[in-house]
Design a protein around this ligand. Sequence first.
Ligand SMILES: [Zn+2]
Length: 162
Amino acid sequence: MTAKGSKPNNAVNSGTILERANEIFDAHLGMNKLRRTPERFAILKEVYECNHHFDIESLYKSMKSKKYRVSRATLYNTIDLLLECDLVRKHRFGEQQARYEKSLHHKQHDHIIRTDTGEVIEFCDPRIQSIKATLEEIFDLDISHHSLYFYATPKDKKTENV
Ligand SMILES: [Zn+2]
């Protein structure tokens, strides 16, 4: 671990976070005159109980194993709704399948992708927030999102020791 970077700390009370996420989702559905179906809230719960990055297929399998009857179409549709109200972040880690993670009260972090193994490492560096603040100041803009991925391979130990 570097001096500046750190691993994000996700140890927050998930009970209240899910309640807050439910409220935001409920308001979003209401505002867009969409039905508040139990399936949609079951998907939200599943997403917020998941502590890693997931793709739609793994979400589908996980819900199916818990005897939820949710179609893939409903999953895609609901994830789109969750993206619209910023309850979920979408990632492209250099693979075909998009992957997702919950975003509410999930500490701001970015990702390093190992191109040799596909492993995704999360890191948190306060300098990224400071770059954002500086850009907002210089360009007189509000930055709503950012996307930053580092692609990496292990260091070659032989050349390192020269
Ligand atoms: Zn992440």
